[in-house]
Design a protein. Structure first.
Length: 304
């Protein structure tokens, strides 16, 4: 238990890193929405990730084959949710909805995970965690509205937003089951576990990718498209998933989900660094409220 507590700072850092990588993933999804179809990007992303990972996990998987067999169908469920499901849904949503809508719908994730943690894991978050979530939601509202609350009233929703809502439920369930089945998963080393998820998830994406091919979609081989696939494979897949899975093990699904509120903050920072976009007062105010809410929600202490 002490070792687990000592690893909390590392786990929290990993969760921040995962959300930073996924902020870039959302930018890629929106930037290439007209160039790369959703399942094409999802399929080649994970194929490349698997090719990079397999040399390092083939032997560990063989050595831990008994643990893999024991985990059995649970690995298939997690591979379907975390590898095949969430990213394909997010890329599909990005085809027909605006970035601000994706951020807004994503605010449902901590709430869904909080409730799911209580129902599935009997881990009802502490009272301060609910207050922390409320502060973070208010900070996110400041970011989305750009400090003008009338902007929230003018938002409209479409099919892409419903797809994103499915993605949110998918990811919450993945995170909760990762925690619920931890006894089956912990004997498998983290890299090998991710390798199993990808091995089981890619075949589930394949039929949808083949359907897109039959409709005339294809991946044009150029520097921009290859860079997009490379980024999503290395940073948004391997690095982010390893960090996220570790965070779930250490601090739990509900508290880990709160860090998703940082994605709009990181998106704004990436726009500032990469696109020379200016940071306004509402960016700083919203970011401060989100960080404050996260510190309140994840601070160790009594459960009440």
């Amino acid at each position: 238990m002490n070792a687990l507590n000592h690893s909390r700072p590392l786990a929290l850092f990993g969760l921040l890193l995962a959300n930073l990588c996924w902020s870039g993933n959302a930018l890629v999804a929106r930037a290439f929405a007209g160039e790369i179809t959703p399942f094409t990007l999802s399929f080649w992303r994970w194929c490349l990730a698997l090719a990079l990972l397999l040399p390092f996990v083939a032997m560990p998987l063989w050595r831990h084959r008994v643990a893999v067999r024991t985990a059995g169908w649970r690995l298939l469920v997690l591979g379907g949710l975390g590898i095949a499901g969430y990213n394909s849904l997010l890329y599909s949503a990005a085809q027909t909805t605006a970035a601000i809508n994706i951020s807004l719908v994503n605010t449902c994730l901590p709430l869904v995970t909080f409730i799911g943690a209580g129902l599935l894991l009997n881990e009802w978050p502490a009272r301060r965690a609910w207050w922390g979530m409320l502060v973070a939601v208010m900070g996110l509202a400041v970011l989305i509205s750009q400090g003008q609350w009338s902007r929230l009233a003018s938002l409209s929703f479409n099919q892409g937003d419903l797809i994103m809502l499915l993605a949110v439920v998918d990811w919450a369930l993945y995170s909760l089951l990762l925690r619920r089945w931890s006894a089956y998963l912990q004997p498998i080393p983290p890299l090998a576990l991710l390798g199993v998820f990808i091995l089981l998830g890619v075949p589930l994406i394949l039929p949808f990718y083949l359907y897109e091919l039959s409709q005339g979609a294809h991946l044009a081989i150029n520097a921009a498209n290859l860079s997009a696939v490379a980024y999503t494979a290395v940073f948004a897949s391997l690095l982010a998933y390893l960090a996220w899975n570790h965070g779930i093990r250490v601090i739990g699904a509900a508290k880990a989900a709160l860090t998703n509120y940082l994605m709009p903050v990181f998106t704004a920072l990436l726009g500032w660094v990469l696109l020379n976009e200016s940071l306004q007062l509402y960016h700083w105010l919203g970011a401060a409220m989100i960080f404050g809410g996260l510190l309140l929600a994840t601070r160790p202490g009594k459960s009440a």
